[in-house]
Design a protein around this ligand. Sequence first.
Ligand SMILES: [Zn+2]
Length: 168
Amino acid sequence: MAESPTRLMLNDEFFMREALYQAEAAGCLGEVPVGAVVVLNREIVGRGFNSPIGDSDPSAHAEIAALRDAARRLENYRLPECELFVTLEPCVMCAGAILHARIARVVYGARDPKTGAHGSILDLFAEAHLNHHTEVVGGVLAERCGRLLSAFFSERRMKKPAEADAPC
Ligand SMILES: [Zn+2]
């Protein structure tokens, strides 16, 4: 039986666009624009964006926020059937949280040459000694995800220090 048109729309790019909406929300609040969604059975069960400055919380990355949102909603600290979509390659902290949550699959957009933990600085997901393994796919809407970040940083460099914190 053919899939319905609605179902066909729900591919990786569809959910990455949802993660991009979250990233844009972070950027509007003056945070580095990174967003994430957690998906279960092709349905969004968690959303989050980067907010370490506003929350005074070094762990407030998009992935952590989306994992918390999903885990609360599903009332389970393990999310073994879930996929996580994030606009930027996860850092070591988020890769650790993803593995703790037993996420089945991670899809990310742009690479992060400074802190990326899927091969950019190291590959935590390929660590054979860890007891959980997550499928990881990178490069989905990578250009759009990266462009959002570079636009944010170039805009921030152009602003005077007093304006830099002003929300859009
Ligand atoms: Zn992170």
